[in-house]
Design a protein. Structure first.
Length: 326
């Protein structure tokens, strides 16, 4: 290549880089110019819906533009996630999701998206442990007694889930996997129906998020026997961590926000920065804490790394337990 051609190529490359930088800067300065839709791929009332509405309100305040929640439930989150994955990569459709975004690829024969390829992670928003609770009629007061009861009632104990591959399902199967138990999963269409069945005594065992469990535990309608975090939860200090009986048990329900792949990096970074700044405000820390949620507010890179770790961890558990969606 001649010096003249080399110089021309360098000029073209520099021009392209400058143009890209200008477009991204313009996208950030103008964003958002209209209403932003946040897809929540589960029905109203669950943890994803709760977090979606909390973050939509905070982003609306921060940007001075409307962020609305669009509930698109079905197929353990696959329907809403596909909608978001196929949306224009312009920052005006976002997705708030949780563990099924990772686990569905191992449960279904076909999933209409690739979690690591088709999304641009923005921020890991929150985390909260699950509570292992039993109906008061079940004669157990701790995790060890539950494990022993499974041996005397082999195949006769069950736990309710919000659906195949949801957080409650994975939390239950992790216990089966590590404690060598075989408690059967009974799947409902959402966390609300599963909780109702547990509180009524239709289902004896329940894995639910901490905020969704507290009122039932405190009223005595459910008996908490373990929390899924590595250590005890401050709001339930007398309830042991499951790991105190089953070494290695740790499960955290997380919620994160993503955009379609190829969304301009400037928009992704802008959203992440606004989220981090907004959630650091004392009044917002209290809002989330009152809902039983621990704020994370990660960077896009940290969320991407988290997703990769979750794929590896839960892929192993699902395969070992031979879990499949019907």
């Amino acid at each position: 290549m001649t010096m003249q051609n080399s110089g021309s190529s360098m000029f073209v490359l520099a021009t392209l880089l400058a143009t890209t930088a200008f477009i991204e800067a313009a996208a950030q300065s103008d964003y958002p110019a209209k209403t932003v839709r946040i897809v929540a791929p589960f029905p109203p009332g669950g943890s994803v819906d709760t977090v979606s509405r909390l973050i939509a309100a905070r982003l609306s305040e921060s940007y001075g533009q409307t962020f609305v929640v669009d509930n698109r439930g079905g197929a353990s989150g696959n329907i809403g996630s596909e909608i978001a994955a196929n949306a224009p990569a312009d920052g005006y459709t976002l997705l708030v999701n949780t563990l099924p975004l990772v686990t569905n690829q191992f449960l279904y024969s076909r999933v209409p998206y690739d979690v690591l390829r088709d999304f641009a992670p923005v921020s890991l928003l929150t985390g909260t442990p699950a509570v292992l609770a039993v109906h008061p009629s079940l004669p157990v007061k701790n995790v060890r007694e539950l494990i022993e009861l499974t041996k005397s009632r082999a195949g006769k104990l069950d736990y309710g889930t919000a659906g195949v591959g949801t957080n409650s399902h994975i939390a239950g199967e992790l216990l089966n996997y590590l404690a060598k138990t075989n408690i059967s999963a009974v799947h409902f269409k959402g966390g609300g129906p599963a909780t109702i069945a547990s509180v009524s005594g239709e289902i004896g065992i329940n894995f639910n998020t901490l905020p969704d469990s507290l009122s039932y535990v405190r009223s005595g309608r459910m008996r908490a026997i373990g929390v899924s975090s590595a250590k005890r939860a401050p709001s339930l200090p007398d309830v042991p961590a499951i790991a105190e009986t089953v070494p290695g048990y740790e499960f955290t329900t997380w919620q994160g926000i993503l955009a379609p792949r190829n969304t301009p990096r400037a928009i992704v970074n802008s959203l992440a920065e606004r989220i981090k700044k907004s959630l650091a405000a004392p009044e917002n820390i209290k809002r989330f804490s009152d809902a039983g949620l621990d704020i994370v507010a990660s960077t896009p890179e940290e969320f991407a790394a988290h997703l990769k770790t979750e794929v590896e961890k839960w892929g192993k558990v699902i395969k070992e337990r031979k879990m499949k969606a019907e």
